[in-house]
Design a protein around this ligand. Structure first.
Ligand code: SF4
Ligand code: SF4
Length: 348
């Protein structure tokens, strides 16, 4: 697919879908509504924020209540949405959302309205994602509708020349938009979203072991002294999807709605539960006035964050809870670098 054919595809999509795409704004790549195909940026730079909010919104209403009667909030029936420019790195996080929210009807209604157009990136002088391996033969393990595989020599760094793509349709929906937009030279593959990482003998297995059975408290105590619990890393992380439930009363007595909103394990109330407080021995301290918490210190919180990504998620979902995007380091005000932490864990 060349740039003229790409413009034709975008023009077809704009008549039938709302399109969000990666675009450049003040030297940064952001995700915004697309009105002109030429503004789409499909290169080796990641958008500052990931695509998470399209799959798991920052806040969503689950149901409204009026006394004891509950009315489910209306599911999104609006215009279908195209997500154009999901890079190969962030594509992995979609497999995780699909597994975690497999039985969640709110997620499923939203997901059915999305058409995913993903792409790879090529080695270049400004490619800081060289550690992420792209293999065309593995594409069917991911989940997308259309995949644009940029061909060698068509991108240099993030300077676009004439970009040529090999095109894959990963679903019936993807095949339909390609066909209806007049593009025929695509390869149909059946995307199964079955990516499963074999950890035996790998570094990931070592992380899992060191984060569970042989965890070295000194690493987390040192990080706990630096971390200020701002939660920025969780906001930008594509694989942080933890949430809290808020009841928001309206002005009418007994009425309101329950919302599901992003939360972060670094925040004070994240692991707080109702009941008598527990002391350092774990025994209840009735009348202390403080609710019990599972994560009390910053060291415990930061250890939990790594444990969740590199031990619990892989155990439950067969893939690592980290796509290697490095966004958490870019936003951390105290410079905690996930690569360095993992090196320390590995060598501990
Ligand atoms: S590198 Fe950091 S921000 Fe990116 S997925 Fe891993 S933990 Fe999340
Ligand atoms: S961004 Fe850095 S300081 Fe803030 S919570 Fe995350 S690790 Fe801690």
């Amino acid at each position: 697919m060349n740039s003229r054919q790409f413009s034709k595809l975008v023009s077809y999509l704009s008549k039938n879908y709302q399109i969000y795409a990666t675009q450049e704004e003040n030297g940064q790549v952001v995700i915004d509504e697309l009105h002109d195909a030429k503004k789409a940026v499909l290169d080796n730079r990641l958008p500052f924020y990931s695509w998470k909010r399209f799959f798991v919104p920052e806040c969503e209403s689950l149901f409204e209540y009026d006394g004891v009667s509950l009315t489910p909030s209306s599911r999104e029936q609006g215009k279908q949405t195209v997500l154009l420019g999901i890079n190969f790195v962030d594509l992995k996080s979609i497999i995780l959302y699909d597994r975690v929210f497999a039985a969640d009807t709110y997620y499923q209604s939203r997901r059915n309205n999305l058409l995913i157009i993903a792409h790879n990136f090529l080695p270049g002088p400004e490619n800081n994602l060289a550690h992420v391996e792209y293999k065309e033969e593995n594409l069917k393990q991911y989940s997308f509708d259309v995949f644009l595989a940029a061909q060698e020599n068509s991108v240099i760094g993030h300077k676009k020349t004439e970009i040529e793509y090999r095109v894959f349709a990963g679903s019936e929906k993807g095949e339909k938009v390609l066909r209806e937009s007049g593009y025929k030279d695509y390869q149909r593959i059946e995307c199964l979203g079955l990516l499963s990482e074999d950890r035996s003998g790998s570094a990931m297995n070592v992380f899992r072991d060191k984060l569970t059975n042989h965890h070295n408290p000194k690493i987390w105590e040192e990080l706990g002294r630096r971390c200020i619990e701002c939660g920025k890393c969780t906001i930008v992380c594509p694989t942080c999807f933890c949430f809290r439930l808020d009841d928001t009363p309206s002005l009418e007595v007994g009425q309101g709605q329950r919302q599901r909103c992003w939360d972060a394990c670094f925040y004070q109330e994240f692991s707080e539960v109702a009941g008598p407080s527990t002391g350092s021995t774990g025994s209840p301290q009735a009348g202390s006035g403080q609710a019990p918490k599972f994560l009390k210190t910053t060291a415990e919180k930061i250890h939990f964050w790594y444990y969740h990504k590199f031990a619990r998620i892989p155990d439950e979902h067969s893939i690592t809870g980290c796509v290697g995007c490095h966004r958490c380091y870019q936003v951390c005000p105290v410079g905690i670098d996930i690569k360095k932490v993992l090196e320390d864990v590995y060598n501990s």
